[in-house]
Design a protein around this ligand. Structure first.
Ligand code: T3D
Length: 262
């Protein structure tokens, strides 16, 4: 059921899953400020809405996202790139990353430049067979942004990250799977079904799933002592949740618990 539609990002919510569909298929879903802000807003809405348990981001048409829309007049010295990144890209990446709920990138086609960053910012990447990934920045004389220089070495190691970012070559879905860039590759015609299955499973998960997302992501930037302290904090919150009570009761009664996300 479509509950709201923006021209550039479609928003649909069903059974605890909020799906944001980038909707500029004629340019393979190139990113404009409006798209960036709409994705960030969708994640903020998801954070505020207890009924939303999972967010899915995908693209309309044959592309996932071709990165910054290059038709907007981006020429050397011509644009306030710093301001632009700060005001539009950073908030979108932060909104995805800071959301205490799982985010799935359902990669239906090419993910290039900041479009690849967008996919990497998600917690899960499910890709159709025809999906490709390109660190396209270097092809036009830019550096990776929108988090690619952070996510990429953490996912594939520095040597491969350097290769991908400095050569800007296209990698296909099989190679992306081999590198650990994506969690699963499925035939294109099965992508929406596979995404839905994963989203439905995550939507049935406990409150602690969001806390786990935060813990694992924080661990990349902290030493053992501070991470142990963060685990204590998160475990206190998890142990206070209704879902912990339901989980223990389910174990004792030998019945699968029904988690509510609270
Ligand atoms: O602050 C800042 O804004 C800086 C931030 C920068 C972040 C970045 O993302 S930089 C990287 C920007 N992205 C790119 O450089 C990728 C550009 N696109 C491509 O290299 C190719 O289109 C693809 C490899 C993604 C796909 O190739 P292909 O052959 O499958 O499709 P195509 O024919 O090139 O594209 C189809 C149409 O989409 C085409 O339009 P047309 O000719 O049919 O009217 C093409 O121009 C358009 N399109 C594709 N990508 C973009 C785009 N139009 C505007 N911006 C794009 N990024």
């Amino acid at each position: 059921m479509v509950i709201g539609a923006a021209p550039v990002v479609l928003t649909a919510s069903e059974a605890g899953v909020l799906t944001l569909t980038l909707n500029r298929p004629e340019v393979l879903n190139g990113l404009t400020d409006e798209v960036l802000d709409a994705v960030a807003a969708g994640c903020h809405d998801a954070a505020a809405d207890a009924a939303v348990r999972v967010v899915v981001i995908t693209g309309a048409g044959r592309g996932f996202c071709s990165g910054q829309d290059l038709r907007g007049g981006f020429e050397a010295g011509d644009a306030d790139i710093r301001g632009h990144l700060h005001e539009h890209y950073v908030p979108m990446i932060r909104a995805i990353r800071d959301l205490e709920k799982p985010v799935i990138a359902s990669v239906n086609g090419v993910a290039a430049g900041a479009g690849m960053s967008l996919a990497l910012a998600a917690d899960f990447r499910v890709a159709g067979e025809s999906a490709t990934f390109i660190q396209a920045f270097v092809r036009i004389g830019l550096v990776p942004d929108a988090g690619s220089s952070y996510f990429l070495p953490r996912l594939v190691g520095t040597a491969k990250a350097l290769e991908l970012a400095m050569l800007g070559e296209t990698i296909d879905s099989a190679e992306a799977l081999r590198l650990g860039l994506v969690h699963r590759v499925v035939p294109d015609e099965d992508l929406s079904h596979a995404t839905h299955d994963l989203a439905a499973r995550l939507a049935r998960g406990p409150r602690s799933a969001g806390l786990i997302k935060q813990l694992i992501n924080q661990s990349l930037d902290h030493d053992l002592s501070s991470q142990l302290a963060r685990e204590e904090e998160a475990q206190v919150l998890a142990a206070e949740s209704d879902d912990f009570t339901a989980g223990v009761a389910g174990f004792i009664s030998k019945r699968a618990p029904e988690f509510t996300g609270h």
